[in-house]
Every structure is written in C-alpha cells, then in structure tokens.
Design a binder for this molecule. Sequence first.
Ligand code: NOJ
Length: 547
Amino acid sequence: MASWVDHVIWWQVYPLGFVGAEKELDEVRGEVHRLPRLQGWLDHLISWGGNGLMLGPIFTSSTHGYDTVDYLQIDPRLGDDADFDSLVSGMHRRGLKLVMDMVFNHSSDEHEWFRQSRSSRNNPYRNYYHWWNAERGKPPYRYSLFDINHDAWKYDSLTNAYYLHYFSRKQPDLNWENPQVRKELYDIMKFWADKGIDGFRLDAFQFAAKDTSWPAFPQGYENHFALYYAMVPGLHKYLQEMNREVFSRYPVMSVAEGAGNSLQDAHDLVDGNRKELDIAYAFDGVDLAGLNGYDFLAFKKVFTKWDSAFSKKGWLAIFLSNHDQARLVSRFGNDSPPFRAHSSQMLSTFLLTMRGTPFIYNGDELGMSNAYFDKPEDYRDVQTLNEYKHQMQTGGDMKLTLKKMQAGSRDNGRTPIQWDGSANAGFSTGNPWIRVNPNYLQVNVSLEEKDSNSCLNYFRKLTKLRNENKTLVYGSYKILDEENPSVYAYLREGGGERFLVLLNFTDKPASAHTGMESGKYVLGNYNGPSPDGMLRPYEAQIYRLGP
Ligand code: NOJ
C-alpha cells in the first residue's frame, strides 16, 4: 500500500447520473459537472482540508455513467482528453489525489464488445458475456437489482439466447472467467494509470465472479442478493491477478465496492500478504437505516465490530453515504430545521474521528439533506424509476412506493451541490439534470462561508484536527458506555495521546458514563461544553485526555 493511502480524506463526486431509465443520449437533459468546471471545485475541496477526489465514472456511457460504452474515452458530455489531462495535472500540482471508478462487473449493451457478442453465437466476443441458449429452455432464475421485472436474464431474439444482467438490461455482465476479458480490463486500467491517476474504485466488484453452473437461486434471497452473488469463489484469484498486473506496478490505491459477507471475506480482500486491495468498503453501517430509522445500538455494534476486525491487519473505509444512498443527515441525523446543522456536524465528527479512511460524499460537508421530491417525474435514477414501474405493473401500493422514494431514493444524494442562492444554487446556468433541493437558499457554500458556526466551517476544524493528529487516523478505538441508548462514546489512543469522543445521537439532552477523567475540550459543535455536563441535542465533543 502506498504510504499516503490511509490518511487521505476523500471527497466523492458523482459526475453523471442525470438521465432517467434507459434513455438515449439525445434525450439527455441539462448540464452535468463538466470536467473543466470540476477544476474550480478543487478550491472548495482544498479549503475544507480534503486531499483526494473520488470521481464516479466519466467514460463514455449510454446513460448514467455505470454503463460504459468506451472505457478509453472521456464521455463527451463531460469533456475530452485534454480536459482530463489538465484535471490530473491541476490536481497533482495542488497535492491532490485522483481515484477513478471502474465499472467492470458489466459494460453497456452499446459497448462494441457487446454489439459483437450479440451479433452471432460464433462471434469471437460471444464469450465476453454470459449467454444462455434458448433451446435449453428458460435460464435458471436470477434476481436483477434494477430490472423492471427483477429478472436478470434478457431474451435476445437475434441469436435466440438470453444474456445476464445483474443490474439494468443496459448493463450486461462481463464474463470474468474469460482470460481475454480480464486482460482487456487490466490493459484499460494500465492506460489510466499511465495517465497518472492515483487509484481505482472497482464498481460492484464483489459480484464479478459467478457460479456459471447456474444452480437454482435460493428462495427468499431477493432481499439479500449479496449473500448469494458476492464473493463467489474465483473473486480473490481475479483480484490477485489484477494486483500482479496493475496495482503492484503503479503507486495507486485500490478499493472495491462491497466487502463480502463476513469479516473473513473483508479481511481476505485487504490482508497485505494476499496482495489484493488496499481498503475494505463494507455496507453494514449504511444498510442499517430504513424507512423507519435505524437501531442506534446496532449502529454502534456494527462500527465496533468492523474496527475490531481491522485492529491488527488491513484497513477499512469509514462512510455513511455515497451516490447510492439518500443523504446521511436525513438517514442518520435529523434534517428538520432546528436540528439539521447540529446533527450533520455530529455525524461529521463521527466520520472524522474513527479509525479508517473517511469517504465524504459531496455536499455532506455542508449538511445537505434529502430533497424529498413528491412527484415521480422529478426522479432520474434508473433503479428508482424501474422500481416505480415494477410497482405500477404489479399493483403495488403506490403511496408507499412514493414514500420509499422520498426517503430512500439515490436521487436524494444526487441533487446538484449547492454553491449559493442564485438560480440552480449556482450549479449551472443551464438546466441541471435533476432539480436542486429547494433548501438551497438556506444551505449553500456561500452562506456557510460567512457563518462561523456553519457545517462547513465546523467541518474544516474537524479535518484540521484529524490531519494534525495522526492518533485520530491510526490510534486504537475503544467503545465506552456501550449500552448507552443515546450517546456514542469512544476513546482513540496512540503515540502517547488519547482523545475522548462523545456524540449525542438524539434530539434530547443526554449524558455518558465513560469512567474517564475530564480532559481538555478541543472541539465541539456547540460553543464549548455545557456547564451542567450534559450533552445537548446532537452535540459532539472531543477531549484530549492526559497520557
Ligand atoms: C454500484 C454503483 O455504485 C451504482 O451507482 C451503480 O448503479 C451500480 N453499481 C451498477 O453499476
């Protein structure tokens, strides 16, 4: 692992994702984050103390970025080669790292490989994807995450066969068993590494290996598909090969989406001796929140469990949001006006004082919250729209469906970042791909710059504290007062330093029984601790304790 990997604070930006389900290019509305404009965003990133940009897919794609048409071309809607090169050099000049998102579990159905593959059963590219000839009958059922019918096999009359797509039908799964496919993909990675990028995110990679004897899909696994689809034998072998071919030859970092189904899986992915990946990215934490909130004690247990799994070996990502989640303050905090800022700051305190590498999703540093669009036509995300159609077609409860969309759609996290109070929150003078969150007049960078108590200014203090105190990066973690139903309390210790972190996750005053002597108050989201020693609603406090 390169020496910088573990202490970078990543800012994650989703550059595409602005079109609806399976629309064609000419139907695309609005402006997107064009690469040259992204250069300006880097000033913001630097200003709050981040040092890495994790960019969603920017290759030519047929719709939303996760269906790649050409892995070697920048999507013309975003920029061109020269724009990309200048982004990389501009970032390096400023000491920033760039990670790119490689979508290798599947390509677009418009990728040349797939066009060839579907053209005839004898085409040399046939075996780049998974096909099932129709004369064998229907293929064994596989659940699709994004398909309107949740059916992962799509019939193609051209060759009288079905192809596999775990995601939408525009995203046929690549056949990783084919060594030629793997070689092509490693060559693509080398192409981008040669251009100087600093790392790779592997999209949906835990699903890449498949059991191609296609045993029956176990009943009831639709809601737990990862248990069945993830970490199929072969995956570690592919990662080791990728490491030999790519990672070991460049000073790059690697993280894959998902960390399997057990601590052992996760560990195996990032055990340095096995030479696979650098950072484990586990979903247990973000998966806790649902329509009715989440279980706070379970939340503490999950993060404690993951920390203990990596206390001696391996490294993990710390995150509570990304482009596939609704906003973190709406899911794990409280986005009602009296509590939004404090609860967002409290959650930021958590992310920046835990052991691991923080991945901050753009806008979370401002306390951006869910947009809660109440009209189906305001949504753009393929998963949201296809599920809506699915419910319509199967007589589902449409009121409940809309409620679920408002609370949980990924589009809540994909509304444009809010720069100021001008039209479209200063994001674009054109039509943004998706409506801006109506709260942009109250929540935006420009206002927060001027307010010393804003989420953004508090975030800056947190990153400074973390960047200056490596104990907050590498120190051991110990949970205190574990069964406390309101407060998350923990100790970070290392290099002769000890920090105590107290986080009130509720809208009521609360206290913790940590058994710790009082220390020096170093940071908090209220102006100093309360004289009565209680934590106020969503209060965060950090103390430096004596050695
Ligand atoms: C995971 C990505 O994070 C998500 O945004 C995407 O829709 C799916 N993989 C399919 O590529």
